[in-house]
Write a protein that binds this ligand. Sequence first.
Ligand SMILES: [Zn+2]
Length: 323
Amino acid sequence: MFDSSLRGQSYTGLMLHRSLSLRLLPTALAAAALGCVLAQSQAACAWGNEGHRLINRLAAETLPASLPAFLRSDTAIKEIEYLGPEPDRWRSRGEPQLSAAQAPEHFIDLEPADALGPLPRNRLDFEAKVFASGQRPEKIGLQPWEATEVWERLKAALREYRSLAAAGQDTRPVEEVAIFYAGWLGHYVGDASQPLHTTIQYNGWTGPNPNGYTTAHQIHYQFEGPFVAANEHEPEVKAKMTELKTIDGDIFDSYVAYLRHTNSYVEKVYQLEKAGGFAGAGTAESREFTAERLAAGASMLRDMIVTAWVESAKPVPDPYAGK
Ligand SMILES: [Zn+2]
């Protein structure tokens, strides 16, 4: 009843029905408390409101002094934090076309994606491959393409900022745009640190199950929603952030490597759940693990913003060079 064909917009209604049932009422109340409107699916609230805000806030707060002051201002930090859950606000039944089109951008099931061969760098090439295999992109997901494209928007805005600043013109409008892109980007980078956003095992184990992992359709939301909101706090997550680094080489390849690292923890999430790790206060191990995952998202977002700034200084390749 909850297969991947229900993963996009079409299962929103189903989850609304489930979330309003008496059995799940406490879950529904928890979702409301997290700011996830009931019209959203459970999986729509990846990391929940609290987790996404925390990831974005930590990334913004830890941007280095080498970046322009406008990106590090209190106003920017507040705006970037607010934008953490922004794409989840686009999953309402009130905006059905938007909801359907962008739902696949929050996840990628790497198993069926990899079965089609190397991931193409461009979204449309991947979609063509998926259609040619008789499948639909919304069932497999478009995570790395959306994240790369939003990063490129940020880089383009920062290049524009540099050029306006160099010409002595007003940079205020482009500053607002760059802050928006940085915050918007944070949502996807945050989703991609959640192992259950990278796998067909996204909400209950499917297929052979020798270790007896949960098959109930609860684990996804339980892990990223109420558990995070109740147990994860800024100081512990911040302490687990990695050293600042500029991303070398191709951004798409680096981002996919980040997704694959996240994916290596899928079974770990199920092991922790089996040990009661996401009920109530969980366990010391589950709290540590979750803090590390949130910190991985915040670190990657910070590094991607810094890299966009560095890359925005490079001249755009001349399409006529050598012709
Ligand atoms: Zn999401």
